[in-house]
Design a protein around this ligand. Sequence first.
Ligand SMILES: *[C@@H]1O[C@H](CO)[C@@H](O)[C@H](O)[C@H]1NC(C)=O
Ligand SMILES: *[C@@H]1O[C@H](CO)[C@@H](O)[C@H](O)[C@H]1NC(C)=O
Ligand SMILES: *[C@@H]1O[C@H](CO)[C@@H](O)[C@H](O)[C@H]1NC(C)=O
Ligand SMILES: *[C@@H]1O[C@H](CO)[C@@H](O)[C@H](O)[C@H]1NC(C)=O
Ligand SMILES: *[C@@H]1O[C@H](CO)[C@@H](O)[C@H](O)[C@H]1NC(C)=O
Ligand SMILES: *[C@@H]1O[C@H](CO)[C@@H](O)[C@H](O)[C@H]1NC(C)=O
Ligand SMILES: *[C@@H]1O[C@H](CO)[C@@H](O)[C@H](O)[C@H]1NC(C)=O
Ligand SMILES: *[C@@H]1O[C@H](CO)[C@@H](O)[C@H](O)[C@H]1NC(C)=O
Length: 796
Amino acid sequence: MDFSLCFFLLLSLFFTPSSSTPPSSIFEGSSLSVDRPNDVLISLNGVFTSGFHSIGDNAFIFAIWFTKSFGPTIVWTANRDQPVNGKGSKLLLQKGGKLILTDAGESPLWTAAAATPTSTSAQLSLHDTGNLILSTSSNTSHILWQSFDSPTNTLLPHQLLTRYTTLISSRSGTNHSSGFYKLFFDNNNVLSLLYTGPEVSSIYWPDPWLRIWDQGRTSYNSSNTAVLDSSGHFISSDNLKFSSADFGLGPQRRLTLDIDGNLRLYSLDETTGNWTVTWQATSDPCKVHGVCGPNGICSYESGAGTGRGCFCVPGYRIKNSSDWSYGCELDPSYLSGDAQTTDFVSLSFMEFYGYEYNVTMGQTLESCKKICLESAICKGFLFKYEDGASHSCYAKSQLLNGKTSPNLRATLYVKLNVSQKEKNGFIPSVQQIQLKCLRKNPIVLDRIYKTKSGSKFLEYLAWFACGVGLLEMCVFTLCFFVFRTPKDSGPETRGYFLAATTFKKFSYAELKKATRGFNKEIGRGGYGVVYKGTLLDNRVAAIKRLNDAKEGEAEFLAEVSTIGRLNHMNLIEMWGYCVEGKHRLLVSEFMEHGSLADNLNSNTLDSEKRYSIAVGIAKGLSYLHEECLEWVLHCDIKPQNILLDANYQPKVADFGLYKLLNRGEGSNLSFSKMRGTSGYMAPEWVFNHPITSKVDVYSYGIVVFEMITGRSPAGVQPTTDGGGLETWVRNKKQGAPNSNAWIEEIIDPTLRGGYEMGRMETLVRVAMQCVEDDKDARPTMRKVVEMLLWNEDRLI
Ligand SMILES: *[C@@H]1O[C@H](CO)[C@@H](O)[C@H](O)[C@H]1NC(C)=O
Ligand SMILES: *[C@@H]1O[C@H](CO)[C@@H](O)[C@H](O)[C@H]1NC(C)=O
Ligand SMILES: *[C@@H]1O[C@H](CO)[C@@H](O)[C@H](O)[C@H]1NC(C)=O
Ligand SMILES: *[C@@H]1O[C@H](CO)[C@@H](O)[C@H](O)[C@H]1NC(C)=O
Ligand SMILES: *[C@@H]1O[C@H](CO)[C@@H](O)[C@H](O)[C@H]1NC(C)=O
Ligand SMILES: *[C@@H]1O[C@H](CO)[C@@H](O)[C@H](O)[C@H]1NC(C)=O
Ligand SMILES: *[C@@H]1O[C@H](CO)[C@@H](O)[C@H](O)[C@H]1NC(C)=O
Ligand SMILES: *[C@@H]1O[C@H](CO)[C@@H](O)[C@H](O)[C@H]1NC(C)=O
């Protein structure tokens, strides 16, 4: 608990009316806030609750759940793919019947808009059926929006499944975002289960190899509706009918598409709060496609109690030891080396559904092998015993949807390059592999409303006030607001107050007007051009037009919203973005003093300023790397990207930009795709080693050298061993290992005489560590901050 938390607690004590039973409705102009745990709606019968639900550290979803079940049973989520912050997030019912979900004061993340805005006032009610309904207040049967129309993974009694709605499973038990399985009416009007994996998709229910009518379904009724009634009977327009094992009025029920791809009907035992399965789509979990991924085989022994398991086709190995949906890949030892002859390794009692490119009846094993050997796309074949002693041959281009069971009559032959070892009778082993338990990886959202560099003094003061009591706190709060002059809103408090400002979406027309038709160019880089502009509210902005940005709007928005959340006094403040047609723009604050590069060129920086700039950059990067999510690497630190404010405090710009551009695809940052700027780039880029936050540490070291020496890496003649600025410095040091004379020699001539040797020594020492070739020898940015600040403390 720290200052802001304490502050909030007291505020909420003050302003929350002591509530009795939560209501079932809210009216226009009111909201539900994540900050107040009692801000929930409870249906009149008490069965359902709706409100913010925590799904990780500081991450919340707005959801509806069963009030009385043992452990949370969520039936609907507004924002399953994008959780919101644990502070400042709200569900607001605005005028005109607009329901919006905001994330920590940012622009709406999710909107439930009425098809036609209403002039009369609106209300939001959680009904006894678990349906969250937005209606007009005067006539509650005039429905503007309802949660039943946008199900997530669960269908409740009376909730209609139609051609426009689908159920999508959650990704895992702890990750509520959209997973791989889908229940929907397919093109033939048949209610089906579909697997849509990272690479392939296929329908697995009803049984795809049987005719629709043989399974009691029909494709002739195009009304495409299905519903579960309150007695536990399910009826669908394709003639599918089933009933709960405990049918009859009474228990609460739900039909859920589970994370394992099976559709199950559950009934609630209200005394224990436990759910029991009263119907399921398939009793053979291996029938679900995609469970073991490509080249994986599913096994399930009913009754054995071991549950479902996966293993790899011989010669293949698991790709991701914590997730089977990635499947198996060819063991590299079969690709190269002395593996010369192509041969087959067999496994009995197999089935692999789909992907046969050649099916022939009445074959011998030899002729079947020949078919497979002749084609490069053949990965193997199924040799199946048919009635009447004949065999058929299914040559496969992919080994997908594999399963094994004692009653299956086919044998799989996998095509492999075999070496002498196999020829001598060695058979590649197939073992059931236990999944490595995934480290519990809670969803963590960065807390944009505070900075860690909170003033110690304020913190103590707050604690003191907490202890003394509400009255003092009230006085303190008042003082805080009333006597806080603009000058006081220094870096310590800013982080918190910024939460109120919004990161918004601009229209292209708005930005065109702000820049007067994009005529004042102030910068240019590989990513695009930067213009100066004045926004409607008179703020002066830097508007960056991206050339090569991600085409997909959703993809772009996902990245931009991450960048918009970052907030630190040493990072350029992002004000918004524009995505319209092909246009992709970013709007941020404008810095009058220009970049560090400009200032170094014009000799405006004395040694003290340079030191504090080095500290500031380090703080900004340290925030990017550690206090937020580690993957926010900068990847292009250079003096051109560091801007200076009126007090010559540095602000890092262009962070996360590489994520918006087509060049840096997710985790696959490689030299060919993303180069940074030569002279500032860590050796990892060149040698194609894994890219970590240490690449920024390296670039930072070079920037510090540049500030010390006044030499740009571009201006240094490469030495014979190919090194740049850092090699030049190292060589100077080598010449005079035992005295500090060499430091004096490398210092920027324009600083001569006007510097404090202790500071310079520290800077040089830190920068030397940052540019180590071995990334593990470089300090983290946090460590850099500590080293630099420790030195300052010592000097004072
Ligand atoms: C209430 O709204 C419903 C649906 O729009 C409509 O059918 C009904 O006539 C309305 N009732 C009144 C009293 O206006
Ligand atoms: C189609 O299905 C709906 C819903 O089950 C049913 O009411 C309707 O009678 C069916 N139509 C025909 C032609 O069978
Ligand atoms: C209900 O579930 C809990 C937790 O899974 C379990 O400990 C308990 O035994 C169950 N109760 C009944 C009656 O099944
Ligand atoms: C394996 O999958 C998990 C969960 O999807 C993911 O977090 C992890 O990064 C993956 N590991 C590799 C090596 O791909
Ligand atoms: C399957 O392969 C055999 C042997 O190569 C060939 O004769 C036959 O035409 C192929 N059948 C199809 C459908 O491609
Ligand atoms: C066999 O090895 C060659 C290279 O030596 C490779 O191109 C081919 O894909 C391998 N075949 C199989 C079935 O692994
Ligand atoms: C949840 O799953 C989604 C989709 O697979 C993924 O993008 C996201 O990173 C996952 N979240 C966590 C915390 O694993
Ligand atoms: C990364 O990109 C390179 C070059 O485009 C590609 O060859 C490689 O397969 C990619 N790796 C992954 C894991 O996507």
